[in-house]
Design a protein around this ligand. Structure first.
Ligand code: MLT
Length: 407
């Protein structure tokens, strides 16, 4: 008798963004002419940088000819991309990361979801609340989350509430944890941690033999000083933290797919019999077994984001969305909302009107204003009473949305 992984029965039947897409499709079907503005999922609206498209065309042409054709590449990523990542994202900022500590992939969603493969089911997992739903869902699939209650709060997860009362800064847990998911700049709240605030977590991890899984997918949106772009800016982090990066939001790769994970060779965890094991070795083994590498053409596109013209074009994309975020922040404030985030991140976290739940307010905005947001409750219990606005839309749609809300 074939048996399923029962953990799949326990998780919500649909992934958050699939549920939103379903509701939007229903609304569209009932109102085919509705002028819908999408500020829900963080999907980019501007095209890829020219430098990346040119690189893809060139790489595709290479694939046409026997002399330049490439089949399987290194599972970890081509040296040209790993070296460019090291030089630009780390060495240029004084951070000592080596090429064999970089694992190129098809994006941070896959990596943050798959990383659980190398960790025991017995780990106690801490997750900021609210958080990107992949962290909770994949730990639930892997059997580390325990049982959910009717509010989808899992019995074995340690939630680190991030709310108005603590200024969205997670407090250290009162019980010992082994794995800690941190995402900064934060999805969904758009808030950040300072160097000092992040250091508290690195120190905790060092003192407790814990590992930090640091999702830095939005680091390119940081505008303020004293907000770390990488956890490796914090002393000691290279011994206790993995970092996830993505080209999706930075360079418009949501559909092209490329990201990478940094697994420093000094990061160790323990086997059942107490032996220290390097996570780099395990992740390499996992990657080689389950992944055949990001396509050559896409890796060339990612490499091109580091060329002089690529850098300029990427900066223009980030500046564009950052300006959208400013328009949203100011528009929402003018319309009377209490808002957070959106200064170093493409997300603005807005309080729903008093007494309205997240999903209720999401439905109201969809049906009455034709604006798609993401309900805060979809990111966890502490997200209840909030909705998230994404700044990845067109300028015209962003301005129009704010006009609708002003009314
Ligand atoms: C989001 O909207 O939270 C992100 O776009 C989802 C993702 O990156 O998978």
């Amino acid at each position: 008798m074939a048996q399923i992984n029962d953990n799949f029965i326990k998780i919500p039947a649909t992934y958050l963004f699939s549920e939103i897409a379903k509701r939007v499709a229903q609304h569209k079907e009932a109102n085919p002419d509705a002028p819908i503005i999408r500020m829900g999922i963080g999907d980019v609206s501007l095209p890829l940088p020219d430098a990346s498209v040119d690189a893809m065309i060139k790489a595709a042409e290479e694939q046409r000819h026997a002399e330049t054709f490439r089949g399987y590449g290194p599972e970890q990523g081509y040296a040209f991309l790993r070296d460019a990542i090291v030089a630009n994202d780390f060495a240029a900022k004084g951070l000592d990361i080596e090429a064999d500590e970089i694992f190129v992939s098809d994006g941070a969603k896959s990596d943050t979801g798959n990383i659980g493969d190398i960790f025991s089911v017995n780990n106690r997992v801490a997750i900021t609340d609210p958080s990107y739903p992949v962290y909770v869902d994949t730990n639930a699939m892997g059997g580390r989350a325990g049982e959910p209650n009717e509010q989808n709060v899992w019995s074995n997860l340690v939630y680190l509430p991030c709310n108005v009362a603590n200024n969205f800064v997670p407090q250290l847990p009162t019980e010992k944890v082994d794995l800690i998911y941190l995402c900064y700049p934060n999805n969904p709240t758009g808030t950040t941690l300072t160097h000092e605030q992040l250091k508290v977590w690195v120190d905790y991890a060092k003192a407790n033999n814990a590992i930090i899984l640091f999702d830095a997918a939005y680091e390119a949106f940081i505008t303020e000083e004293n907000v770390p772009h990488s956890i490796y800016e914090i002393e000691g982090a290279k011994e206790v933290a993995l970092e996830f990066r993505s080209f999706s939001k930075t360079a418009g790769f949501t559909g092209t797919r490329c990201g990478y994970t940094v697994v420093p060779k000094a990061v160790m965890a323990f086997s059942e019999n107490g032996e220290k094991v390097a996570l780099n070795k395990l992740w390499n083994r996992r990657h080689c077994t389950k992944f055949n590498g990001t396509s050559y053409v896409v890796q060339r596109a990612a490499e091109a984001t580091y060329s002089p013209e690529g850098k300029k074009q990427v900066k223009a994309l980030i500046d564009f969305y950052t300006e959208n975020a400013r328009i949203i922040r100011e528009g929402l404030e003018k319309a009377g909302y209490t808002i957070y985030g959106g200064k170093n991140a493409p997300y603005v976290w807005a309080k729903a009107p008093e007494g309205m739940g997240s999903w209720e307010y999401f439905d109201y905005l969809l049906k009455e204003k034709n604006i798609v947001t993401t309900p805060g409750a979809g990111f966890g219990l502490s997200g209840e009473g909030f909705v998230r606005f994404s700044a990845f839309g067109s300028r015209e749609a962003t301005i129009e949305a704010m006009k609708r809300l002003e009314k």
